[in-house]
Ligand binder design. Structure first.
Ligand code: ZN
Length: 292
């Protein structure tokens, strides 16, 4: 099954809904970073959420970044997506191994610990929008639900799931974001709240091989669901040598001189895709911009 995002409305536009299948994308991230199962789950949930929230952006060159920092062994996860759901991300500690939860699930909340979630939206305006919340559980879906309520005043239901196979590959990954529009009638709000209490866990839907459309049918099938669009998701890094050069220039003359003195070369690894960029002494010298 190819990865995709399905965008829909329901209840005559009172509800907007997105669902995603992100198995291949998350598997690509897992292979890139060689993550342990609980880290794959955390990174995968973040990737699914970022891909959907990227698809929510209307501006063509818009970017969204989700960043979690916590005091648990995972320390942090950062994921970014453009409006076409080209995502990339990394975890600070890729090799966390902690016991499963009592219910047998990977303990993402335990790996992240207490901390905060920041959402940065760059839609091409002078200042990017940035909203931040304290983590509720560190399970990511709960935290995003709280973020939408608190920072965007939008009542939402978020489900994110990643199933890791016994060989450590990603068996299933996907999720949904359901939101009430400001004009939603009371009756629809009550009906939806009741419905959400009865739906299976997203992991169960994925285990049953539900595709993105089926996920929305399970949740909103009784709400006059209208599928609007289906778009793709991919794990893509857009790093290049020129950007890395800019990053080196930005650390300044003194720092570059120090590197030249101590190592005579630099090896810069892209955090998102692992690509290595080598710089010899001459190349480093050419990146020293004299202060004027
Ligand atoms: Zn890269």
């Amino acid at each position: 099954m190819d990865d995709c995002i399905v965008r829909a409305i329901a209840a005559n536009g009172s509800i907007r809904a997105f669902s995603a299948i992100s198995t291949n994308t998350v598997e690509k991230a897992r292979k890139t970073h060689n993550t342990s199962p609980v880290v794959s789950a955390a990174l995968g949930r973040m990737i699914t959420a970022a891909a959907i929230m990227g698809a929510m952006l209307k501006a063509e060159n818009a970017l969204i970044t989700l960043q979690i920092t916590g005091d648990g062994p995972l320390k942090g996860v950062l994921v970014t997506s453009d409006s076409h759901s080209n995502v990339k991300g990394y975890a600070v500690n890729t090799n966390v191994d902690i016991p499963l939860r009592a219910d047998g699930k990977l303990d993402v909340g335990g790996a992240i610990g207490n901390g905060s979630l920041r959402v940065i939206k760059d839609v091409g305006l002078k200042e990017p929008y940035s909203g931040s919340i304290e983590l509720i559980t560190g399970e990511i879906a709960d935290d995003l639900t709280y973020y939408f309520a608190k920072s965007e005043q939008t009542p939402s239901s978020v489900g994110l799931g990643v199933l890791v196979d016994t060989n450590l590959s990603i068996k299933h990954s996907g999720g949904f974001i359901i939101q009430l529009m400001p004009d939603a009638p009371e009756e629809i709000i009550n009906q939806l709240e009741k419905k959400l209490l009865t739906i299976p866990y997203i992991t169960q839907m994925l285990e049953n091989s539900a595709d993105a459309e089926e996920i929305l049918k399970i949740i909103l099938g009784d709400f006059n669901l209208e599928i609007l669009e289906k778009t793709s998701i991919d794990y893509k890094c857009d790093c290049n040598r020129q950007r890395v050069e800019q990053a080196i220039i930005s650390i300044g003359k003194n720092e570059i001189s120090k590197i030249i003195q101590e190592d005579k070369k630099a090896e810069i690894t892209c955090q998102f895709c692992g690509k290595v960029y080598d710089f010899n002494e001459e190349e480093l010298k050419s990146l020293i911009i004299e202060d004027c």
